[in-house]
Every structure is written in structure tokens, then in C-alpha cells.
Design a protein around this ligand. Structure first.
Ligand SMILES: Nc1ncnc2c1ncn2[C@@H]1O[C@H](COP(=O)(O)OP(=O)(O)OP(=O)(O)O)[C@@H](O)[C@H]1O
Length: 359
């Protein structure tokens, strides 16, 4: 059985002062699904979210919640009539209300039902003993949990979250993200979460919509979007990348690692072969005899360590390659920290490479 579609957005657009900030954005989210709108600062994520919330007016497009038009195909519904929960970066708790008062704020109905719902949510966010405290008595993480409980209390059909973890301490963040995700899933709302952090999107999302200059350029499950980026910029958004520039000839491109198949690129066109640092494999030089690669490893190429940085769990090692100025960076387990000048061999897994027209 498929879940009902809670949020449908069709061809939403918005310009400010003649500049198109959101261009033709469409998406749909089902009950219980988390979609992350991911992209660099200024690409139009918050504006998209604000239009769905009803606090920013779109120039064009349609928005439906549970199939009911809230913008564009009938009367425009105000934010409070849309059935959406909102959670922003600064939590925006009411300072004069207690924790219980904050959580009860948007609730309707008799006071016994309200008290029950507030108690239920405070338990779910692990703040049972905090009901009578005021926001200024709470830590950042606790305030975040109150904000989450407040947003979820009226059982919104759609939860809109704008960078909801960015005000938190780094060490807190992963735990809070996991707990938030578990609660969102339990409550079954459709969630649209805006973030500029790829790690956060990978951790939270069922589906990522990658946004750039007002448009969604790619969408998919985290695994797919990471492993099959649409272009060089999409690959680079998720990790550092190595770029090996070549020229396609007869559907082949020559590289220090042998010829690569580059079908679909006309003769003479420059291509970029992209590989993430963790997909470079290193082997020892053994007095110039080099490694014994498997078929998957392909042709090895010799490089000299130019710089090695220890980052704890991993080390980043820059290699100056034997022919022509190419520098490649490999990410290796932190215990391995070769000295500059060490000669090593590199191999690249071809099934981990992406080939794009040169940027
Ligand atoms: N009310 C407004 N008037 C004029 N320009 C605006 C307005 N709101 C947003 N913008 C501009 O629109 C662009 C997109 O803004 P938006 O906040 O949607 O981006 P974002 O992707 O959420 O970025 P960030 O992660 O930095 O919040 C920015 O260049 C911003 O300056």
C-alpha cells in the first residue's frame, strides 16, 4: 500500500527585484517521508519553504496539502489554515511561557485533551520534568526539543523545517538529529527539511532534492544522489573530488591510469573524470616494481607524496603524479601518514568514477 501524498508543489516560482530566486520548483512528499532540500547558501531553499508555509507569496505555481489547494488553484489559505508545522533555526520559543505553555500554544480542544497531548510529547522528547521551566532555563538542545514538541503538537500533516539543527553544538547535533528523525517518523508527518549540509541531508532524508540557483537539479535517495551525481558540481557538493582532465578520442580518454571509456563525448572534446578521495587505492612502491592490481583496480600510476594531513579518523594525502602536474588527493585511514617524498602507487576503481564534459 502506498502512503498518501501529503504535499504537492507544482512549478513554484518567485523573483525578487527582477531576479529569479525560485524557478519552476516541483516536488511531492508522502506521509512519513522526509525530503531534504539541499543546496548552497542563497540558492532559494528558504524562499521555497516560506512559500509552502504561506508566509511568502509565490509569483506562480500551485501548492496542495492533502490534495487540497492552498495556493494557486483556488483561494489562498493563510499559514494557520494550512495544517503545517514550522520549525526554524532560532527555535523562536515564547520566552514568557513555560515549556508546557509553549507546547500547548497551537493546540485546540478541551484542556484535558491538551494536557494529555503536551504530556505525551514532553515524554517523547525526553523533557518530562521540564514542563514548568521557562525557555531561558534550558540548554540549546533542550530548547530545540521544546520547539519540536510545539511544532508537532497539533499533528501537522506537513512539517517544514529550516536548518533546525544549525544552532546546536557540534557534539550534540548527531544525537539530536537521530532523535528528531525517530519522532518525525513516529508522528507520520510529511517533512520538508532545508539544509546546506550534505551530511545532514544524507543522515535525515529519504529523498534529497539538490537545489542550485533556484532550480532542483537532481533528486533521489541519498545513496543514488551520492553515487550517480548529474554533473561535476553535484559530485563536488558531497565531498572533495579529484578531477583528471583529458580529451575524448574514439570514445576513449587517455589518463595516467590508462584509457577510460568515454562514450557519447565527441572526438576532441575535453572531459573531466571525477573520483572521490576515498576511492583512490594506494599500494607500496616495492623498489619501483609496483603493485599487483586486480582487474577492478585497473592500471596503476606512480605518485609522490606532496603533503599528508592527519585528521583523526582519516588522513588526506596529496600525490604529485609522475606525468604532467596532476595532483590527486586520497583519503586513507588515519593510522597511515606517509612522509612527503615517499613514492607510492595509486589505482582508481573505474566503477567509482564519473565522466562529465569538462567544466
Ligand atoms: N524578501 C526578499 N527580498 C529580496 N531578496 C530576497 C528576499 N528573500 C530572499 N531574497 C534573496 O533570494 C535569494 C535566496 O534566498 P533564500 O533565503 O531562499 O536562500 P537559501 O538557499 O535558503 O539560503 P540560506 O541557506 O543562506 O538561507 C538570496 O539571494 C536572498 O538574498
Amino acid at each position: 500500500m502506498t502512503s498518501p501524498t501529503r504535499l504537492t508543489v507544482d512549478a513554484l516560482s518567485r523573483a525578487f527585484g527582477g531576479r529569479q530566486v525560485v524557478a519552476d520548483v516541483s516536488l511531492s512528499i508522502e506521509a512519513g517521508e522526509v525530503m531534504c532540500l539541499l543546496g548552497p547558501s542563497g540558492c532559494g531553499k528558504s524562499t521555497t519553504l516560506r512559500m509552502i508555509a504561506g508566509v511568502e507569496r509565490p509569483d506562480q505555481g500551485q501548492i496542495r496539502i492533502d490534495g487540497v489547494p492552498v495556493f494557486g488553484a483556488g483561494p489562498t489559505l493563510p499559514p494557520e489554515a494550512r495544517g503545517v508545522g514550522l520549525m526554524f533555526q532560532d527555535f523562536a520559543l515564547f520566552p514568557h511561557l513555560t515549556v508546557a505553555g509553549n507546547v500547548a500554544f497551537g493546540l485546540k480542544g478541551d484542556s484535558a485533551a491538551k494536557t494529555r497531548r503536551v504530556g505525551e510529547l514532553l515524554e517523547k522528547v525526553n523533557l518530562c520534568g521540564f514542563a514548568q521551566k521557562h525557555p531561558h532555563e534550558l540548554s540549546g538542545g533542550e530548547q530545540q526539543r521544546v520547539a519540536l514538541a510545539r511544532a508537532l503538537a497539533p499533528r501537522p500533516r506537513v512539517m517544514l523545517m529550516d536548518e533546525p539543527f544549525s544552532g546546536l553544538d557540534n557534539r550534540l547535533r548527531d544525537g539530536v538529529r537521530d532523535a528528531t528523525l525517530a519522532l518525525l517518523k513516529e508522528e507520520g508527518a510529511a517533512v520538508l527539511l532545508v539544509t546546506h549540509e550534505p551530511d545532514e541531508a544524507m543522515r535525515m532524508a529519504d529523498e534529497i532534492a539538490l537545489m542550485r540557483a533556484g532550480e532542483i537539479v537532481q533528486r533521489g535517495a541519498p545513496y543514488n544522489i551520492y553515487n550517480a551525481p548529474v554533473d561535476r558540481a553535484a559530485a563536488a557538493f558531497f565531498s572533495d573530488i579529484n578531477v583528471i582532465r583529458g580529451v575524448s578520442k574514439g570514445a576513449l580518454t587517455a589518463t595516467p591510469f590508462g584509457d577510460f571509456l568515454t562514450p557519447g563525448h565527441a572526438d576532441g572534446t575535453p572531459v573531466d573524470i571525477i573520483i572521490r578521495p576515498q576511492h583512490l587505492k594506494i599500494d607500496f612502491d616495492r623498489a619501483g616494481r609496483g603493485p599487483n592490481p586486480t582487474v577492478q583496480d585497473g592500471t596503476p600510476a606512480r605518485g609522490t607524496v606532496a603533503r599528508a594531513r592527519f585528521l583523526g579518523r582519516e588522513s588526506l594525502v596529496d600525490f604529485a603524479m609522475a606525468d604532467g602536474g596532476l595532483v590527486l588527493t586520497a583519503s586513507v585511514p588515519g593510522v597511515f601518514l606517509p612522509k612527503p617524498g615517499t613514492a607510492l602507487w595509486l589505482m582508481i576503481r573505474r566503477d567509482r568514477c564519473f565522466v562529465f564534459p569538462a567544466a
